[in-house]
Design a protein around this ligand. Structure first.
Ligand SMILES: Nc1nc2c(ncn2[C@@H]2O[C@H](COP(=O)(O)OP(=O)(O)OP(=O)(O)O)[C@@H](O)[C@H]2O)c(=O)[nH]1
Ligand code: SF4
Ligand SMILES: [Mg+2]
Length: 438
């Protein structure tokens, strides 16, 4: 169970003021001393994560946070870390000492609602004070789930657990799929997996493993080949595969070796759909056409790693962007949970596939971009666009392709009212092949 990747777990964030019993609640539900509990206000300083199995839901990740009412200089930094937790929260728990509901709790509830994240209110310390009847009445009128607890004594913990189960978004119950809706039972997918110096020793990377598992779960089957063996492998099949999926570094060769009648896409594009919002990121990719000298682009990677010489985020994508725009772009990179609050300086955000994350965190970033009018693309999409195989890579998703074609027509009509639409499958965008992997 512990090995379930973090990105698959429902993330449950515990928020509230200092000393209300957030850590006590975490310890009570996990029945372990996960977080330090004390009378001192401000005991929890950095988010504390605890994975556990919450049956019948399955694997979840609790995140205990620092109190949001710490107004000291250091407190501002702590609150920043707490705010980042909102980005990855699938279910938000507002812990309050009974009777203490105030503007702090209202702000948390407002923030969760803005993000459309279900909220559970825990009225803790009911042994000391009765919750305010007027607040309870108002919250119940607004259909907010509430439970009363005395965390250190385990009182109300079963109700808390039930409230969490009742609040869990459907996504976690009806597991979303990576590829199995495109490849039916008994059908074959060919997965192209380059094995070279950048491939990790002795294992496959997460998107490859998860795609294979998704196909097996759906009673489909798959054939894995390196890019050099693909042509021979396809020739040897008695019937064509339903889909070819490639690492986007091999996109160009794989596109050349795969007959056009066979649908083709990349792992990272499947992940733009699985973890993010494919249509939004497809539309965002078009914004590369608007970039010019002096514009700033933000490249965001969900996990930290040591960059290799030809690192995709630091070297390759910036190089292609500069070639595509023939301009002096300023390209900045961020990693992990650091993502600027203010995106207004950027003309485009290009994001990795976020395979390590839960979908909520990626959607939070997309939402932030949308609210600030900043387009967001994805590594695989940007690579396909650069190589002139964008539409082909989107063909397995007809609805998205259609919406993209309409957006593109509109884009060029506004931009060059009298010009013929340039071809994205032509040579204008043909750049060098790429590598995308960790
Ligand atoms: N009487 C009573 N005390 C409680 C209850 N829950 C927690 N406490 C006590 O309240 C104090 C603060 O509890 P914590 O769990 O550390 O509170 P917290 O919200 O994590 O606090 P910070 O990490 O400082 O933000 C501790 O002394 C707990 O033992 C409760 O239901 N009733
Ligand atoms: S940087 Fe790469 S490995 Fe890390 S989350 Fe993003 S896609 Fe996955
Ligand atoms: Mg605490």
């Amino acid at each position: 169970m512990r090995r379930t990747p973090k990105g698959f777990r429902c993330h449950i964030g515990l928020f509230g003021r200092r000393n209300v019993g957030k850590s006590s609640l975490l310890n009570a539900i996990t029945r372990q001393q996960v977080s330090i509990v004390s009378d001192f206000a401000g005991t929890t300083t950095d988010p504390v994560e605890k994975p556990m199995e919450l049956l019948p839901l399955g694997p979840v990740l609790f995140i205990d946070t620092a109190g949001i009412d710490d107004l000291s200089a250091l407190g501002e930094k702590r609150m920043e870390r707490t705010r980042q937790v909102f980005d990855r929260t699938d279910v938000g728990v507002i812990v309050t000492a009974a009777g203490d509901w105030s503007s702090f709790e209202e702000e948390i509830l407002k923030e969760l609602r803005r993000r459309e994240v279900p909220a559970v209110v825990v009225l803790n310390k009911v042994d000391q004070l009765e919750p305010c009847a007027a607040t309870i009445h108002r919250l119940s009128q607004e259909n907010v789930r509430m439970v009363r607890t005395v965390a250190p004594d385990g009182i109300g913990i079963l109700s808390f657990r039930q409230a969490l189960l009742d609040s869990t978004p459907d996504d976690f119950i009806n597991n979303p799929v990576i590829v199995s809706d495109l490849v039916g039972p008994g059908e074959l997918a060919v997965l192209v997996i380059p094995i070279d110096n950048e491939a990790p020793k002795g294992r496959l990377i997460l998107p490859q493993q998860q795609t294979i598992r998704d196909l097996l779960d759906a009673d489909s089957y798959c054939l894995m080949v390196k890019e050099r063996e693909l042509r021979t492998a396809l020739e040897g099949l008695s019937r064509p595969p339903r889909l070819v999926v490639t690492d986007s570094q091999a996109f160009l060769k794989v596109a050349a070796d795969t007959p056009r009648a066979i649908p083709l896409t990349a792992f990272s594009i499947l992940y733009a759909r699985f973890k993010g919002d494919l249509l939004e990121q497809v539309r965002g990719t078009l914004a590369v056409e608007n970039l010019g000298s002096g514009d700033r682009v933000l490249i965001a990677e969900a996990c930290a790693h040591h960059p290799t010489g030809e690192d995709i985020g630091r070297v390759k994508i910036p190089r292609w962007l500069r070639q595509l725009t023939s301009g002096r772009l300023t390209v900045e990179t961020v990693q992990g949970h650091d993502f600027p609050e203010d995106l207004s300086p950027y003309g485009l955000v290009v994001h990795c596939g976020a395979c390590m994350w839960n979908r909520r965190e990626m959607l939070s970033r997309i939402l932030r971009c949308r609210e600030q009018g900043v387009p967001i693309s994805n590594y695989g999409l940007m690579i396909a666009y650069s190589l002139g195989i964008f539409e082909r890579a989107l063909k397995p998703f007809p609805g998205v392709l259609e919406a993209y074609q309409a957006a593109r027509k509109e884009f060029y009509r506004n931009r060059h009212p009298k010009q013929v639409l340039p071809s994205v499958t032509g040579s204008r965008h043909q750049l060098s092949p790429t590598r995308e992997r960790r």
